[in-house]
Write a protein that binds this ligand. Structure first.
Ligand SMILES: Cc1cc2nc3c(=O)[nH]c(=O)nc-3n(C[C@H](O)[C@H](O)[C@H](O)COP(=O)(O)OP(=O)(O)OC[C@H]3O[C@@H](n4cnc5c(N)ncnc54)[C@H](O)[C@@H]3O)c2cc1C
Length: 413
């Protein structure tokens, strides 16, 4: 491999953060000639890994393609993945609804509901079979530069060590302090909303049908999971959330039922509740000197329509392809001539996904009657016109715009 005059860099790529996105990039780069280090603060296979919780993730069709191409999807399917065959979208208190079906898109499933823990375990299993070096537990505490490489200061159980690389990939999550060290600017806005996550059992078989019900205080989603359970994502105002969290289980179930209605019959067996305050964080330019930022560190978005990890995984697919091409051409993978085209490729998808999720919240979390009328017309139009439905499906299935090789299910060589 040609590493030019940077032969003193121990690694080609150092990934900071082994959450779902950093771990996915490690798997995606396994088939390339790049020497990869993954630095993660929390010990591997630890119960406290913050990215691999019991939270349910809606994975788009495009995401399943990428996970297949990087050798992770068979393990996920074998463990726990529930197909979404249809989605019912409605607006509480107003007429008009839209139905999306896997038959509209000519696929077996519009997406899958997978516990983040299961996806994490499948990524771990795949990473065990890569040549990547794991510096874990290792907390990156600073980034500096040598002439031709970046130098990461890493705090490990054996003291501080220096890791040199040609490219740093920040996949260290929405609160990434490393962005600031590198002068990567962020733009953020508090939604004033909190998502309450829990699970329930519906009276009737869920038939792999998901619901997204918009209300003035935030969207309410019921997502089909294994064992005929629904994962509930109830978004409400941050001022109302503490009261909902404080309710007894029976009171919470009654409030949920009142908000959702009886489409799935009576809802029972409430699971544990967890609250997530929501804000939008985006990075106008995801690159810096010998560095690029991906995943939640580059864009933390509203969970409406479950797009966050899907968007981060598309960062992974494009970055892996760009780096693989660069290393095979003998280019310096940390050069701006490589990172610039990566940023250009990701701009349209990132912007469109943020506009889509943010636009849904602005449009639906609004009591204005003219807007309610427009929403009703819009949903009926999507329901009736196949071209509108296809366009919505392409966006939510992660197939809009220029699709990278991994997104077509084709492994990198
Ligand atoms: C309520 C809710 C529901 C959601 N639902 C969906 C959904 O249905 N579908 C979907 O696609 N997405 C969904 N998301 C979004 C999804 O959870 C995130 O996009 C995804 O988890 C981000 O992963 P990440 O790896 O970028 O970041 P993180 O999960 O935050 O991982 C960052 C990692 O970096 C490590 N780290 C941090 N700093 C350092 C350091 N200095 N040194 C070393 N390691 C470090 C951390 O320990 C952590 O492991 C949802 C999010 C929320 C809040």
């Amino acid at each position: 491999m040609n590493i030019g005059n940077e032969s003193h860099a121990r690694f080609d790529v150092a990934i900071v953060g082994g959450g779902l996105v950093g771990a996915s990039l490690t798997c995606a780069l396994a088939s390339t000639p790049l020497r990869v280090a993954l630095i993660e603060a929390v010990p591997f296979k630890s119960e406290s890994q913050p990215s691999y919780t019991e939270r349910m993730l809606a994975l788009s069709h495009g995401t399943t393609q990428i996970l297949s191409a990087i050798g992770v999807w068979p393990e996920v399917i074998a463990r726990d993945a529930t197909p979404i065959e249809s989605i019912h979208i409605s607006d509480l208190g107003h007429s008009g609804f839209t139905r999306l079906s896997h038959t509209d898109a000519d696929v077996d499933a519009l997406g899958y509901i997978v516990p983040a823990r299961v996806l994490g375990q499948a990524l771990m299993a795949r990473m065990d079979n890569t040549e990547a070096e794991f510096i874990c537990p290792g907390q990156v505490t600073g980034i500096s530069y040598d002439e031709n490489c970046a130098v990461l200061a890493v705090q490990t159980n054996n003291g501080e060590t220096a890791v040199t690389c040609r490219l740093v990939v920040l996949a260290d999550g929405g609160r990434s302090p490393a962005r600031e060290w590198l002068g990567i600017k962020t733009v953020s806005r508090d939604y004033g909303q909190t998502a309450i996550l829990t699970t329930v059992t519906p009276e009737r078989d869920h038939h792999n049908k998901a619901y997204e019900r918009f209300t003035a205080t935030g969207p309410l989603a019921l997502l089909p999971t294994s064992g005929n359970r629904y994962a509930v994502v109830w978004t409400t105002t941050s001022s109302q959330a503490p009261a909902l969290m404080g309710l007894a289980d029976s009171e919470f179930l009654a409030s949920l039922q009142a908000r959702f209605g009886y489409r799935a019959g009576n809802l029972r067996n409430l699971g544990a509740r967890k609250a997530y305050p929501l804000s939008l964080v985006r990075v106008p330019n995801p690159t810096a000197r010998r560095a690029v930022v991906i995943g939640n560190a580059a864009h933390t978005i509203h969970p409406v329509s479950g797009q966050g990890f899907n968007l981060g995984l598309r960062d992974v697919a494009v970055l892996a392809e760009v780096l693989n091409n660069a290393v095979r051409n003998g280019d310096d993978i940390g050069a701006i001539s490589v990172l610039g085209p990566y940023a250009d490729w990701r701009r349209a998808d990132t912007r469109a996904t943020i506009t889509f999720t943010d636009g849904l919240i602005r449009l639906f979390c609004n009591e204005s009657l003219p807007l309610a009328f427009l929403r009703g017309v819009g949903m009926v139009a999507v329901d009736v016109f196949p071209s509108l439905k296809r366009s919505l499906l392409r966006r939510t299935m992660g197939l809009a715009g220029r699709v990278p090789q991994l997104g077509r299910g084709v492994p990198l060589e």
